[in-house]
Design a protein around this ligand. Structure first.
Ligand SMILES: Cc1ncc(COP(=O)(O)O)c(C=O)c1O
Length: 453
């Protein structure tokens, strides 16, 4: 094998299609239900929120879905992203494992999120939509949609979780530079926001509340649609460009992964790297072990219930079957803001039920330790979310050392942490603690799950 560090695909090799895992599922996804009637919804129920092209992708069973040329054109600004062989990390760990990482932090917004922000903005523009409303936690998704909106001439309104709005002024400035309007949530602009502020004027906000506000704005304005940065089938579909590129790059390396790892907030970067390989396995090809890594403080896959639940706090979204901690669950304020969501993508939940993937939850200090080791060996400073994938890769590489096995480990390095330096400063100063969730809060949130017969 060569000693290449960086596997780079030419622009001409940018994938022409996304991969849709729904084509390869032995059991179809459970239906999405109407929040009021609990009956399966049809495309018309989603029409106030999403353009038709995205609704079609949400339910499509076609294996390959064409990436429109204007989207590929913008992807070319940073894609194909490099695949690295982590030779320096391997040496530091003294592991016989071959560690590869797909580097998504080279996008303009610094993470994998533009992979779906760009097509979502494109399909909205094609449908004549003028404005998109969305939510953001740590700001990665909001800035990605702000970037995509700027390129397609669409106004973007972002409800940003209030605590992040206060803690991350530079993410907010980035969104505003791309022309978006950024509002701290809960806000006075929506009924859902006003109801929460009436009960608690200093509410720090949550992703569930910010989603309610953005959905409300989209539902009441005919020229405005809603966009979500994770969880939904079409979002996971768009992210598969990552795994498809990685497959080709591993070909260049004459290698194939034994283990694939991704961190999971709503499940999109994980699905992006893993689903193309799971598809190969489902069609009788090479087998692969796939590991989803979540924070111990918000463990939807490892501790949540597989049940129908709402995607938001005000219960405006349809009901989807997913691993959930309950829509009222409030995770403690740990630093990987992008992983603080009560639910998990229905497709990721479904493949876990099928036994196709494993999941593990990790405490934040172990994740930061791995992120710092990564920065000191590979040079890249990862997003706190990505540190979860790195920590799991380090665990696997150490296991390989102990077992004397040379396995190939592939993980998604889904973003950089340049706007997350406060978290690194807190870690360095010994101020980070391994917070656990409140079991009473979890029990109460689970008890409040909607009863669906
Ligand atoms: C850098 C980064 N990684 C991971 C996530 C988690 O989202 P997902 O599980 O959809 O990839 C986020 C979400 O905001 C993020 O910003």
């Amino acid at each position: 094998m060569s000693d290449t560090v960086k596997f780079v695909l030419d622009e001409s090799r940018l994938p022409r299609t996304w991969y849709n895992i729904q084509a390869d599922l032995p059991v179809p996804l459970p239906p999405v239900l109407h929040p009021g009637t609990h009956k399966p919804i049809g495309p018309e129920d989603l029409a106030p929120l999403f353009p038709e092209a995205l609704i079609r992708q949400e339910v499509s069973l076609e294996r390959e879905i064409e990436i429109p040329e204007p989207v590929r054109d913008i992807y070319r600004q940073w894609r194909p992203c490099p695949l690295f062989r982590a030779r320096r990390l391997e040496a530091a760990l003294q592991t016989p494992a071959r560690i590869y990482y797909k580097w998504e932090g080279v996008s303009p917004a610094g993470s994998h999120k533009p992979n779906t922000a760009v097509p979502q903005a494109y399909y909205n523009r094609e449908a004549g939509i003028r404005r998109i409303a969305t939510e953001t936690g740590a700001g990665q998704w909001g800035s990605s949609l702000a970037f995509a909106g700027a390129l397609f001439g669409i106004e973007v309104t972002v409800f940003m979780v209030r605590v992040s709005y206060q803690q991350k002024p530079y993410r907010r400035a980035l969104m505003e530079t791309w022309g978006a309007r950024c509002i701290p949530s809960p806000s006075e602009e929506t009924e859902s926001g006003r109801a929460i502020l009436a009960r608690r004027p200093d509410h720090p906000g949550s992703l569930g509340i910010a989603i309610s506000e953005a959905v409300e704005v989209a539902a009441r304005s005919p020229d405005t649609k809603y966009a979500l940065g994770s969880v939904l089938n079409h979002v996971l579909l768009h992210q598969t460009v990552t795994g498809l590129e990685a497959l080709e790059q591993l070909n260049m390396a004459d290698d194939y992964p034994d283990i694939i790892i991704g961190c999971t907030g709503g499940g999109s970067n994980f699905a992006g790297i893993a689903f193309p390989f799971l598809g190969i396995q489902a069609r009788g090809g090479a087998r692969v072990r796939v590991l989803a890594v979540e924070p111990a403080a918000c463990p939807s896959l490892t501790r949540g219930r597989y049940a129908y639940d709402y995607g938001d706090t005000a219960h405006l979204t349809p009901l989807v079957k997913m691993h959930t901690l309950g829509s009222t669950f409030t995770p403690p304020g740990f630093h990987a803001g992008g992983l603080r969501y009560h639910g998990m993508a229905p497709l990721v939940s479904h493949v876990q039920e099928l036994g196709w993937i494993e999941s593990v939850s990790l405490p934040q200090r172990e994740c930061f330790a791995a992120g710092v080791q990564f920065a000191r060996t590979e040079g890249i400073l990862p997003a706190p979310e990505a540190n979860h994938a790195i920590a799991a890769a380090v665990r696997e590489a150490v296991r390989c050392r102990e077992e004397g096995r040379s396995q190939a480990i592939l993980f998604n390095l889904c973003g950089h942490g340049h706007f997350d330096m406060q978290a690194y400063m807190d870690y360095a100063a010994g101020r980070l603690v391994d917070q656990d969730y409140d079991p009473a809060d979890l029990a109460m949130a689970l008890a409040g799950l909607p009863s669906v017969s």
